[in-house]
Design a protein around this ligand. Structure first.
Ligand code: SF4
Ligand SMILES: [Zn+2]
Ligand SMILES: [Zn+2]
Length: 332
């Protein structure tokens, strides 16, 4: 019997593991504070898969014959999502899964993560495309950081914008009609508060888990968006999934970290806070209508944009690197 002391346990469960409230047979290993459930290992694992299935159904994320590109970073969340989608896909023979990974070029960090991603794809028998910043944009993130040291923009700003573009390009290369990313419940709640605190209603409006079909973009969906991060960690542990656990060397102590700390405290005091914020943000995104439409194409790279020049080209131009990238001829 595995008895995982994965805090918080309910007070009465500190001496002996109470029985699972789902199967009413096996001893529980996890107390879920926001629902009051006590779950055994197999009911816990099953409950996460069911939650992902419900999220997919509620937001009508996939068709029966969808070709789904899954963004896999090599961290616990994306590897868990890949395993769950592979399991679900077995019931949909006309659907296809392809893993896509982006190598930003972060020395001594991304290589290990990509190895975990490759290993998982081999085990699951899933095609895997890896694209790098270097081959797409002519520079690694390390090189960009060297060029921009001391500037007003941080590595995560470049990384976030370029990775978003790279994922869309990779999804187009593998001819996917959906791009699934492993944003967790914590990510969703943090992003919602971040967008409100920055007064960015456009981003708030475009953060709906079901994404939108826009010309030039593969529809981005977030089937993992109702899974709390701590449950994602437990799931990886229970399933024996190997993942990269040390943080990116460029991870900043930025506003998101403050929000993460605040939300973790609130969740510990008032279980369910993350869900409340997430649901409110989904409702707001629906009412706001999904954000602005890209009106045309970028005059430098030809990708869709709402202005004359897209954000990627603006950033690359800022560091004098627009000549190094153009249309990609990379294929799987
Ligand atoms: S922490 Fe920042 S730089 Fe590192 S992978 Fe994430 S977004 Fe990129
Ligand atoms: Zn059970
Ligand atoms: Zn552009």
């Amino acid at each position: 019997m595995i008895w995982i002391s994965f805090k918080p346990l309910s007070p009465e469960s500190r001496t002996a593991p109470p029985t699972c409230t789902r199967c009413e047979k096996r001893p529980s290993i996890y107390y879920r504070p926001y629902s009051g459930e006590r779950l055994c290992s197999s009911c816990f694992t099953e409950s996460i898969k069911e939650r992902v299935q419900r999220t997919i159904a509620r937001f009508e994320m996939f068709e029966h014959d969808s070709r789904i590109a899954v963004g896999v970073s090599g961290g616990k969340d994306s590897l868990n999502l890949l395993h769950i989608l592979a399991e679900i896909e077995r019931d949909y023979p006309r659907a296809e899964l392809i893993a896509i990974s982006i190598d930003e070029g972060i020395y001594d960090y991304r290589d290990e993560a990509l190895e975990y991603a490759r290993r998982a794809c081999r085990i699951l028998g899933i095609e895997h495309l890896v694209l790098s910043f270097k081959e797409l944009f002519g520079l690694t993130l390390d090189e960009i950081v060297d060029k921009t040291a001391g500037g007003e923009l941080k590595p995560c700003t470049y990384c976030g914008v370029l990775r978003r573009r790279a994922l869309n390009m990779a999804a187009k290369i593998v001819e996917a009609d959906r791009l699934a990313t492993a944003h967790t419940l914590d990510d969703m709640a943090q992003t919602a508060l971040l967008n409100i605190m920055r007064g960015d209603l456009r981003l708030l409006a475009s953060s709906h888990p079901s994404g939108r079909s826009l010309p030039g973009f593969v529809r981005r969906v977030k089937p993992y968006c109702e899974v709390p991060e701590r449950e994602s960690a437990l799931l990886a542990y229970l399933k024996g999934i190997e993942f990269q656990s040390f943080p990116c060397p460029y991870a900043e102590e930025a506003m998101r970290s403050d929000i993460r700390r605040f939300l973790n405290q609130m969740e510990a005091k008032r279980p369910g806070t993350l869900f409340i914020i997430y649901r409110a943000s989904v409702e707001l995104a629906s009412r706001l209508g999904g954000g602005s439409e890209p009106l045309g194409v970028c005059s430098l790279c030809g990708e869709p944009t709402s202005g004359d020049i897209c954000r990627v080209c603006k950033l690359l131009r800022k560091i004098g690197a627009t000549d190094k990238w153009g249309s990609s001829t990379i294929s799987i």
